[in-house]
Design a protein around this ligand. Structure first.
Ligand SMILES: NC(=O)c1ccc[n+]([C@@H]2O[C@H](COP(=O)([O-])OP(=O)(O)OC[C@H]3O[C@@H](n4cnc5c(N)ncnc54)[C@H](O)[C@@H]3O)[C@@H](O)[C@H]2O)c1
Length: 312
């Protein structure tokens, strides 16, 4: 793809912090972010003349209009992310995830790549394909489905339903399951897991980044479609994840009979559709576990590392 001007909403977050340096290798990049979780993720880009930061709010019409000036393509990441944060602030979740996306679609005249989530499927027994019925169990997944509906009104769009991310980013997210398990195993030397046999699907954050680069290179053939992003090898139970960590960390692992996951995720996902176009993930669970173990000496339990704690 030729060099273009890309707007990334929410570009200072967990995914954006990894994505922006990769985009900047070829493109001009502007970020619209209100810095809910700080600015550290942006630091490596400062000084790059192709990088521009716009401190604003995706809910604000003027900020959207200004941010969209001279833009060729939008990657829409900004959101209130995860079910605990959305449960704690349902009005904010609707405003940011749904209504701000609606407004963005209204003013945006260029193609959009949208970060949606596998959480949209909810509790499904069959293997989820992009055509499976959506049974959102939380405010987070409901507002993301509402956002998908808005995005589909755009002339040109790609919707990605990501598996649960894991791995290191300059803006750590320790509320994500794999990251959470590793840090607890290392720091607390103990991990208590409920619903140990529940299936989840995972994707390394650097593979999420690769999927966006893939979308830029294959936009025309991918246009107007939804894709699950992840890999079948990373459809794992919580117990699988804990046992994988045990290969590297000595900790006490306990399976609890009580406790439930409010977003009721227990599902397997097919990634055939995007694989058929040539996209394959590269990073394994062990890659993520090993880097998180290394990073654990620098990471403390700051509240901004947990999306679920910030808004309480
Ligand atoms: N990380 C995952 O595992 C995962 C999985 C599936 C989907 N997603 C989707 O990917 C996107 C990015 O997720 P993330 O993990 O990087 O989350 P994150 O919480 O780290 O990043 C969200 C970013 O959006 C910004 N933001 C929030 N409200 C805003 C507002 N009103 N105006 C401007 N900016 C605002 C925040 O400051 C933050 O930088 C989200 O849309 C999320 O739903 C993430």
């Amino acid at each position: 793809m030729k060099t273009i001007n890309i707007l990334v909403t929410g570009g200072a977050g967990y995914i954006g912090s990894c994505l922006i340096p990769e985009l900047l290798k070829k493109h001009d990049v502007k970020i619209l972010d209100n810095l809910t979780y700080g600015y550290y993720g942006l630091l490596p880009n400062l000084g790059n003349s192709n990088f521009e930061f716009f401190h604003g709010d995706i809910r604000d019409t003027k900020d959207i209009e200004n941010a969209l000036k001279n833009i060729d393509l939008v990657i829409h990441l900004a959101a209130l992310v995860g079910y605990p944060a959305c449960k704690a602030q349902p009005k904010l979740a609707k405003e940011i995830n749904h209504l701000a996306t609606k407004k963005l679609v209204k003013y945006c005249k260029v193609p959009i790549v949208f970060a949606s989530t596998g959480s949209c499927y909810g509790p499904l027994t069959e293997v989820c394909t992009e055509n499976s019925p959506l049974k959102p169990a939380t405010e987070y997944s409901k507002t993301k489905i509402d956002a998908e509906r808005e995005i589909r009104k755009c002339d040109d769009f790609i919707i990605y339903r990501f598996s649960t991310g894991f791995g290191l980013s300059l803006r750590p997210r320790l509320d994500l399951l794999v990251n959470d398990f590793v840090i607890k195993a290392v720091k607390n030397k103990e991990l208590i897991i409920y619903e140990k046999d529940y299936w989840r699907s995972f994707v390394h954050v650097r593979d999420i980044v690769r999927s966006f680069l893939f979308a830029l290179d294959h936009f025309d053939e991918m246009n107007h479609e939804i894709y699950n992003v992840g890999s079948e090898e990373l459809c794992l139970t919580k117990k699988d994840v804990a046992l994988a960590i045990k290969k590297y960390v000595d900790f006490h692992l306990k399976f609890a009979q009580f406790g439930t996951d409010p977003d009721k995720r227990n599902y397997k996902v097919s990634f055939q559709k995007i694989r058929d176009l040539g996209f394959k993930t590269k990073y394994s669970l062990d890659d993520g576990i090993k880097e998180l173990i290394q990073a654990s000496m620098f990471i403390d339990h700051k509240k901004e590392y947990y999306n679920d704690k910030v808004f309480k």
